[in-house]
Structure formats: C-alpha cells, structure tokens
Ligand binder design. Structure first.
Ligand code: HEM
Length: 942
C-alpha cells in the first residue's frame, strides 16, 4: 500500500503528534508499505526523499511552526508528487490545519480514500497558549470553514465559546474523512459528543519498535531521594511551573526536566529564586532515545497536564520502559497501565501525591510489578494491523479473492447516490490507477451508500453492469463479467465478534450524510444497508436524522437486552399516532405496558384462535373462489383487501359491525400509509403538512367513532361473539381486577389493524411471489394441497396435515422478516461493558439476522427445506426473530402464521399463478416489513 500522510508539523520538530506520526510511518514501512509524508517545512531538518515540504505562507512562524495554507500552488505541488510517485492508495491526515486540509482536498480531487487521525485538543491548546482565545478560535474556525464544510450538527455542551469555535474545526476535519481514528476512547467520545458521525476507530498511538530493541525495564533500588522525570514541551498547558512548585514542597524529591519551550525562562527563574538548583535540573532538548534512557533511570514520570492531552506519547514511552506515572487528568487513565493520580488539579494535591510516594516506596514497587508484561503492548507494531484494517474499510476494498484479471477500484462511498456517481467516481479513481484499469477485464466500483458489500460490476469500457447486493454476488458477477468461473468457493466475509468496551469503540455505519444521517441509505436500499451492519460488529451506531440508534446485530445480544429489566419507550411513535391509537400497548411503557399486555394477550391466545380461524377460512375461501380466471390481477392489492377483511372480521363478527368494517376498509389503508410518513418526519415538519394533517385527524376521528360505536353496542348486549372485541370487553385482570375502557379497546383494535394488516399482507404476497417463481416449490405444495384439501374448501383443521405449507410459511417469514424495529432506552442501558445513553434508540433487524450466514447457511436462497424436521437447526430457530423477543414480542404471531397459511392454501389449492412477464417486483420499505411493490399475475384454474 502507498500511503500519503499529511501533517502540519515537520517530524523534526518537537511534539507528541510528530512522534506518533514518525512511529506510525516506520511501523507501516516495516510492515512492507510505502509512506510519503507531506508536511510544513522545517529549515533545521535533514533532507528525506520520502518527505515533501509544502510551500509556507510568508508570515512569521506560529509557536515555532511554519504556516501552510491549502493554496493552488500547494495543490499543484501535491498533484505533481502524486503523479511522480505512483498510485496512492490512502490519504491519511493527522492534524487540523493547512497541510491536513490540502491533503483532504487532494484525496477528494483524486478519488482516494481518506482516513483522518484526530488527536489534538486544539481547543485546549488555544485556550492555554493564545493571549485572546476567543478571536483566535473564531478566526481559525472561519478560515477552516472556507475549505472544509462545517455543516454537521454540533450539539451544545458545557464549554467556553472559544472551545466551541475550536471544536468546529476539529469535528469538521474529522467529518470530512471516510474513516476516523482516535488514539483514546475518551477523545473518541468527545468527537462523538461534538457531532462527528463518520466511523471512528480507537487505535492507540505506539512507540517506535526500533527505539525499544534491546531495552529491558530498569531495575531500580529504592534508596535515595524520589527521582522524577519530565519529558515534553515546556509550556503552560503541560503545567511545568506547577510541577516545580509541587516538587519544591516535597522533601527528599528531585526532578529532571527534558524538553524545550516558551516556559524555559520562567522555569529557570523559578528554580533560581527558590534555590532549587540541586533538586531540579533542566536538560534542554534531547533525542527520544535519550529521553527513554532518562526514564529508565527514574522512579516515576511526572505528567500533570490536565484537560489537554488526548493520549500523551510520553505515557506510552513510560509504559514501554516499565516506569510508573504520576498524573492528574482522569481522562488519561486509559493510557496509564500503572500510575498514581493526584486527587485534583491543584498543586497541593500534586504535592500530597509526591509526598505519599516518598513516604511509602512500596507503592512504586507495586506499580512496577503491575507494569510487568505491559511493556510490549505499546509497541507501534501492535497497532499496525488495526490501522491497515481502517485503511481497508476506507477503501471498501472487498473482494480480495478476485481473479488477477479483475481490478477492484473504489473508495468509501460518500453522500451522493446512483449509478452516475459510481461511474464518475470510477473515472476519477482510474486516473490515479490507470495501470490497474488498463490491465483489467472487469471493473468493480463501490456504489455510494453501500459500503463494501454492494458494488456495481461492469466490463471495461462498457460502463455499469448489474448492482449486486452481497459480497458473494459481487465476486461471482465480477468473475462472470471477466469471463472466468469462480475457482474457489466464495468465502463469507469476517464478522468481528469482539464486544466494544466504550461507546467510542462502537463503529458507526458508513454512508451517513449531513442532517439525514443514514436515512437516505436505509430508504434507498434497506436490505443492503441492514445486511452490511453485522460485518462492523455486534453493536453498530446509526443516525436517522438527529436520532442516534444502536443496532444489535446478533440474536444473542438482542435476547440479552430484551430479556433484561431494561425499560423502553416509543415517544415519537406515540406522538405521531396520538390521534388514532396513542394509548395502545406498543407505545406504553413500564408497569402500564405490562398490565396492558396481560389484559389483551388472552384475546389472541391459541384457544381463541380456533374460533377466529373458522371466520378467516370462510373469508379466504369465498375470496379465492371469486378471483377472475385468465385476467390480470395484482395479488398485492388482493392480499391487502383479504387481510384487512379478515382482521376486521376477527375483531368484531357481529352484524352491527358492518358500518365499522366499511369505515375500516375506506380509511385504514390511507391512515396506515400516513403512520409511516408521520413517524419518519420530525415533529415540526409533521405539523406543517396542513392538508394531510386535516385529513388525518378527520379520518382518525371517524375511524375511532365507528369502532367506538361497535364497542358500545357490544357492552350493551353483553354477549360473547367469539371475537377479539368480545374477549377484550369481558376480560378482568386477575392481579388488579382492572377492566379495559372503551378507549383502550379502540386503541388496541386499531393497533391490531395497523400492526397486523400491512405485515401480514406483505408476507402473504411474498409467499405467493416466491412460489410463482419456483416450479419445484409450487409442485410440491400443489401435491400436498391436493392430497389434504382436494377440490373443496380449505378448513382450519387441514393445516395440521400440511407440513410443507408450514415450511414455506416459515421460510417466507425468515426471508422477508421486518427490516427494522426500534424503541428508545428509558434510562442508561448497560450492554456488556458499554453504557448506551438514555434516550438512544435500540434497534434490531430481523431481516439482517435472518440473512446472516452465521445462523442460516446460504441465506440468500429461498429454501423451505431448511425447515424440514431433519434440517431445522437449533441455531436457525434461535435466530428467527421476525416477531421480536422478550417483553415486547409480537402478540399476533400465531394469528399471523394462521392467516398467511389459510390465505395461501385457499389461493393455491384453486389456482396456478403465472407472473406477468417483464414485470420486476421491487421490495418497498414503506413499512417495517418490506412489501412487494406490485404482483401482477394471471390465474389459471388447477
Ligand atoms: C406477519 C406479521 C407480523 C409481524 C412480522 C409482526 C412483528 C412484530 C414485531 C417485530 C413486533 C415488535 C417487537 C419488539 O418491539 O420487540 C410486534 C409487536 C406487536 N405485534 Fe406484531 N407482527 C405481525 C402481525 C401482528 C398481528 C396480526 C397482530 C395482532 C393481531 C400483532 C400484534 C402486535 C402487538 C399488539 C405488538 C406489540 C407488543 C408490545 O409492545 O408489547 N402483530 N409485532
């Protein structure tokens, strides 16, 4: 790999970022990669053929650093270097200002994947070092914003106005990259808290392995004064003067200071004035190796910086030589394997800590013992694999096993979508990879918005071919296009199973765009989007508008969370449907939810289902008998009508329910379509839809009134009509003695229509569609129907003798399970070691789990045989989550299975279904179950 790294500081200058970048460069080179470094010039530096110094502005250096801007002259220089040095695979920026911006722009110009390491607390730096922090931060923000869009949403936080301006630049720079690396979890959390939505990976910086060769942790004796060492810039934010004061107050304690900086003079003055010359020594600037030598001879590293360092390279160096650390900032604890922290940020607290160490040397011995075995962990070589993985993700470089004559181009997809963008991107990428392009027979191009697992395949010169949804599909199609056959079986991509330990370690799904987040990706390709998530990890962060959600990608995790005591709520949905069913069970929470579930579940119990099944079978038989022979019908419309009639008839069978059933037929389809739009829109926009809102409220009122009138009549008659409303009216809760009010019953009846009709109609439609495409399945089903049902009507008791029909229903429910379900955590929600903040949406996708090759072999094949008695594996059964799990599991699951089976038996026992040729069935995601757009078919009697 050839990596172009862009940093605003020359590696010859002093600083943690420079040290970290140099170590990473060497680590990558040692692993066989090539690195070209683009930096600000440093006149004192020795020439290096792999370092390109950009042109500085003709203004004085700031803090000793030349200032570089992303000028045209620099762009031309970078372009010439890119051309001269051969193809660049990754641009990796490591700072926030001119050089990094120039790198970011070069990446975009050349269509090269862009990785950014965010590691500088520019906010703290400006506040500590600038005489006028506010105007400085504002000016930098405005300048930065000229080149880098600051369009993301940055939530308000308790910080100064100067810090907030500085964070616009830090987060804006991160937001511009395809992948972000943060050296520590706490800094990644800060990036997230400042609105960064790009995928962030926490990868620690590392100490250059070469520096550690031959070094063994020093074995010190405990005699003599406590010997402290300080390594780093002598500047205010590092709190050198406070350290001198703390050492002064501690008897039997010495300090050796290595480094240079603007506080040198003040430090000398303080030492002379307080007569500390025999205890505190300033050594000036030394090499990194000399610094490590000094550490090896000391008792502890003094590192009292507070609220400034994201990691502190010297902390890693101390760990590498087995040296304990005395520090102040709690955020640094994750980078200090063994150390002692001052109680607070005051000099008193620091002095107290030093005194403690002087008084009890066994503390130091304990810390040193704790460091045993830790020293290798901070080597740079330990981090390289993780960095390369981020490069790989950025490049969305999926099919590594492709034949040699297939070239894979692509960069991490950005906001815009569609084929045109894919082709444009291909041209831009190809400009820097012309040699690979020329020798390829097929070109695979990353499709925007579909990280890795979704690609467009085309023959060289022929433009775009087919859009594939799965990695396996991509490989097969690419090989087909290349005119070869796959030589090896297509491998399943890796699924990382490691649970995140901090919020920041949770990966964010790629493809978010400003304001809308992932909504666009999810709306344009819901199956592609959800099935790409498990490859990112067990928990994946997504953003739908301003709502942050955490998708649980394994069934075990989902069970763990949904079976725990965690409480969830659905305030958005409740508000969106308040006019029609705002008090129904699925939007209630806590004890109210539990009570309501208890009260309505008897109405859907299997004992009562037997009664509903009679009505459902009658409706299905007379519907099937009335279908037109030889004419074109849309089976999707038919499924909707049939299911709607069936659900309303099972709600209330009594004759006086006729007008309510008519009202349901008239208004429920439109109201259902609005529920989806209303829930997706932010409340402000929802309120702006004046005409739609008026219609919505009026229809909702009529529907509630019609259902309410029937409920009132049921109460008056006090009879059991063997239907859902009778069951609800007559139920008394055994624990509380409570009964459902009319309003409750109206809410629940409408929820059953809302939750049941669309999902059952879609699944029934999919079953018919799959059967119409697969003669093998159709014939087997016809055989079973003929022997069990014969030429007469379907009866509920037939179902028990039709195992194959049951297998086809189960496979339909697997293949076309709901693509999304979400509820918000009512309180902070611990999952493993991570705590998900209260209010976050916790999401799961049955479609995603049920298309995951870990639980279902060959998941993209519709195969009812996977459910026969011999094949049905426990893993697969456990991973069937179409009806949810735990305390909010669907109450209508048995009813749904029954209705889908009865409707299908009634249709297929009478008719052969032939799809209208040329019609392409699309999966629409307007509901939580994907729905066939339309199913035009002709029917022939069997
Ligand atoms: C094939 C069709 C259906 C599917 C795929 C389906 C799926 C689901 C899912 C995934 C949930 C949410 C689980 C969660 O949030 O954890 C749910 C909840 C629910 N479903 Fe269904 N459902 C279907 C049909 C029905 C029918 C026909 C009814 C009623 C007659 C129904 C009644 C309910 C109710 C009342 C809830 C809310 C339970 C609660 O919040 O405690 N569903 N359903």
């Amino acid at each position: 790999m050839h990596i172009a790294m862009f940093v605003d500081y020359h590696p010859a200058s002093l600083g943690g970022v420079q040290t970290a970048v140099s170590a990473l460069r060497r680590g990558l080179e040692r692993a066989g990669h090539r690195v070209t470094l683009f930096v600000a010039p440093d006149r004192t530096a020795a020439p290096d053929p792999d370092i390109v110094a950009l042109h500085p502005l003709s203004i004085p250096a700031v803090n000793g650093f030349e200032v570089v801007a992303p000028t045209r002259r620099n762009a031309a220089l970078i372009d010439a270097e890119f051309a001269g040095r051969g193809p660049i695979d990754i641009v990796h920026t490591q700072s926030t200002y001119g050089v990094a911006i120039a790198g970011m722009k070069a990446a975009r110009r050349h269509g090269i994947p862009l990785v950014h390491t965010a590691q500088s607390r520019d906010d703290a730096f400006i506040e500590h070092t600038s005489p006028a922090p506010y105007p400085t931060a504002l000016a930098l923000r405005l300048l930065h914003g000229r080149y880098v869009p600051h369009t993301h949403h940055m939530p308000h936080r308790p910080e100064t106005r100067a810090a907030r301006h500085a964070w616009w630049t830090i987060s804006g720079q991160a937001q511009a990259a395809d992948q972000v690396i943060a050296p520590t979890g706490h800094f990644a959390d800060l990036l997230l808290a400042h609105g960064v939505t790009r995928p962030i990976t926490v990868i620690s910086n590392g100490v250059d392995d070469a520096l550690l060769e031959g070094r063994t942790p020093a074995q010190r004796t405990d005699d003599g004064p406590l010997r402290l060492v300080w390594c780093g810039r002598l500047s205010g934010e590092k709190r050198l003067l406070e350290s001198i004061e703390a050492v002064r107050r501690t008897d039997n304690c010495e300090l050796d200071v290595y480094g240079e900086g603007e506080l040198h003079g003040a430090a000398v003055g303080r030492i002379v004035e307080r007569r500390l010359g025999d205890r505190i020594r300033l050594h000036g600037r030394v090499t990194q190796a000399e610094c490590l030598d000094a550490m090896a001879a000391a008792d502890a590293l003094l590192f009292p910086s507070y609220g400034f360092d994201t990691q502190g390279m010297v902390l890693l160096e101390a760990a590498a030589v087995g040296l304990p650390v005395v520090y102040t900032d709690p955020a640094l604890a994750e980078s200090v394997p063994a150390g002692i922290r001052a109680a607070d940020v005051t000099v008193d607290a620091l002095a107290d800590t030093l005194a403690k160490l002087v008084a009890d040397r066994s503390l130091l011995a304990e810390l040193r013992t704790a460091l045993t075995g830790q020293t290798d962990a901070v080597r740079q070589s330990r981090q390289i694999a993780a960095v390369l993985e981020v490069y790989r993700l950025a490049a969305a470089d999926a099919p590594t096993a492709l034949a040699d004559d297939v070239a894979v181009f692509g960069r991490r997809p950005r906001a815009r979508g569609g084929k045109a963008a894919a082709v444009r991107r291909d041209r831009r990428t190809a400009a820097t990879s012309e040699d690979r392009r020329q020798s390829a027979d097929a070109i695979v191009v990353a499709v925007p918005g579909a990280e890795g697992a979704s690609m467009t395949v085309g023959r060289r010169g022929n433009g775009v071919g087919a859009v594939m949804r799965t990695l396996a599909g991509i490989r097969a199609a690419a090989l087909r296009t290349a005119g070869t056959t796959p030589a090896a079986p297509i491998a399943v991509a890796d699924f990382p199973a490691v649970m995140p330990r901090t919020l920041a370690e949770i990966p964010t799904a790629p493809g978010a765009v400003p304001v809308l987040g992932h909504s666009l990706r999810a709306l344009t390709d819901a199956p592609g989007f959800v099935t790409s998530l498990p490859r990112l990890g067990p928990i994946v962060r997504v953003h739908f508008g301003r709502q942050t959600g955490y998708v649980l990608t394994t069934p075990d995790l989902l069970r763990e969370v949904n079976l725990s005591d965690a409480e969830f709520e659905r305030e958005d949905l409740r508000e969106a449907i308040a006019d029609i069913a705002g008090g129904a069970v699925n939007v209630l929470r806590g004890p109210e939810h539990r009570l309501r579930r208890r009260m309505i579940s008897p109405a859907l119990r299997q004992t009562r289902l037997a009664e509903y099944a009679e009505a459902a079978a009658d409706i299905a038989n007379s519907w099937a008998a009335g279908l037109p022979r030889g004419e074109r019908v849309d089976l999707m419309d038919e499924a909707h009508g049939l299911v709607l009639d069936t659900v309303s008839a099972t709600l209330f069978t009594a004759d006086f329910g006729d007008s309510a059933r008519r009202e349901i037929r008239d208004s429920v389809p439109w109201l259902l379509s609005q529920v989806i739009v209303r829930t997706a829109l932010p409340p402000q926009l929802r309120r702006m839809r004046v005409i739609a809102n008026y219609r919505w409220r009026s229809k909702a009122r009529h529907l509630r009134a019609a259902v309410g009138a029937v409920v009132a009549e049921y109460r008056r008659r006090d009879e059991d009509f063997n239907d859902v409303v009778s069951a609800l009216i007559r139920h008394t809760d055994s624990e509380t003695g409570e009964r459902l009010s009319d309003d409750h019953i109206i809410d629940e009846a409408i929820l059953m229509l809302a939750g049941g009709v669309g999902s059952m109609a879609s699944l029934t439609g999919w079953l018919w569609h799959e059967v119409s495409l697969r003669p093998d399945i159709a014939e087997k089903l016809y055989g079973e129907l003929d022997s069990v049902v014969g030429t007469g009507d379907v009866r509920p008791e037939h179902l028990g003798s039709m195992p194959y029909l049951k297998q086809v229903v189960s496979e339909t429910i697997r293949f076309w399970g709901p693509w999304i379900s979400a509820a918000n955590a009512s309180a902070d929600l611990p999952i493993g070691e991570v705590t998900i903040p209260a209010g976050s949406a916790i999401m799961f996708s049955p479609y995603m789990v049920q298309h995951d090759p870990r639980w279902f072999s060959d998941p993209e094949t519709f195969d009812p045989e996977r459910w026969n008695a011999e094949n049905a594996a426990d893993t697969a059964k456990k991973a069937m989550i179409s009806f949810g799990v735990g305390r909010r599991r669907c109450l209508g699951d048995h009813f749904a299975m029954l209705e889908i089976a009865l409707a299908s038996a009634a249709l297929l026992s009478r008719w052969r279904v032939t799809p209208v040729p040329g019609h392409r069935v699309r999966a629409s995601n307007r509901d939580f179950v994907l729905s066939p757009s339309a199913l035009p078919v002709t029917l022939r009697p069997r």
